[in-house]
Design a protein around this ligand. Sequence first.
Ligand SMILES: Nc1ncnc2c1ncn2[C@@H]1O[C@H](COP(=O)(O)OP(=O)(O)OP(=O)(O)O)[C@@H](O)[C@H]1O
Ligand SMILES: [Mg+2]
Length: 347
Amino acid sequence: MIRLTNVSKTYGNGPTAIAALKNIDLHVPRGSIHGVIGLSGAGKSTLIRCVNLLERPTTGSVVVDGQELTTLSAAELNQARHQIGMIFQHFNLLASRTVFANIALPLELMGMDKVEIRDRVMPLLDLTGLEDKADKYPAELSGGQKQRVAIARALASRPKVLLCDEATSALDPQTTGSILELLQDINRKLGLTILLITHEMEVVKTICHRVGLISAGELVEEADVGDFFTAPRTRLGREFLNDFLELEPPKALVERLEEAAGEHTHPVVRLAFTGDAVSTPLVSRLARECGVDVSILQAKVESIQDRTLGLMIAELIGTPDKTREALAYLESHDLHVEVLGHVQRDA
Ligand SMILES: Nc1ncnc2c1ncn2[C@@H]1O[C@H](COP(=O)(O)OP(=O)(O)OP(=O)(O)O)[C@@H](O)[C@H]1O
Ligand SMILES: [Mg+2]
């Protein structure tokens, strides 16, 4: 539904030019919810604004619903944008218009008559839970309610795609949850394709099917959400995950970690397991079958959508041969094993 090919965006030129996006390839299939996560300044907003050409890419192709947007005339682009709704962190409502009139605005601009507009707006008020707010002004609404108005307005032209630029970043966790639920509901009911950018793993975890990680203008990693939370492939991905899970080995241990294994060291591992492995008594089996003791430093079980994810940081205590055997045993049981380093055995 959305396909960016080799998209780059440079702000300014000469020595002060900023390469905000570099050779981005991104595909968002019809009906999916796709997240892009990254640190501040990574290029997230630039990326999402390139999808509806609020920012024009310096090079590359932007195809939405089969239509190349970069070569359209102004009038054609205006038409194509009816297919692409957008919501923002700070809602961008018109303070002087009521809820009803805010939602109606894009339809007025399309030249729709009053009766038709009413027929469009009333069901949107229902869909977004604003039945009793039609005549209120934005100043009379909570943040969550304002974002609901923005969502209803974005849906008014019956778009196929919804772009969300940090749509929940100004909201408290509970309100965030209710807005994400609404987005999920819309995705399911209307089959709307959603591209959202965020710096919050919680958002990705809650509603995204796939996620991309952007760093300094480059998409450095892309994965199904379950895979990303089990085994991110990049260092930045692991940092996001560890921050989110608050799962870091104790500092005192990190300082003792050595990269190479030695005759008198034992490995410290990060284990991630899903599915059957979660309910298997692996720790006692390691002791019984491999002769290795497991000292658990941190452990956590998380629900990632329909999957259960177990995470553990542990020291494997045994001779080098035995711990090697134990690592092989873990890997053969579908666990994702990352050796964080090695610590000297206590004398
Ligand atoms: N209009 C602009 N003119 C010049 N530079 C810009 C412009 N917009 C963004 N940039 C620069 O491009 C880079 C990417 O910015 P962008 O706003 O896309 O990041 P972001 O990931 O959305 O950050 P945040 O999480 O803080 O919103 C930054 O270095 C930023 O300073
Ligand atoms: Mg931004």
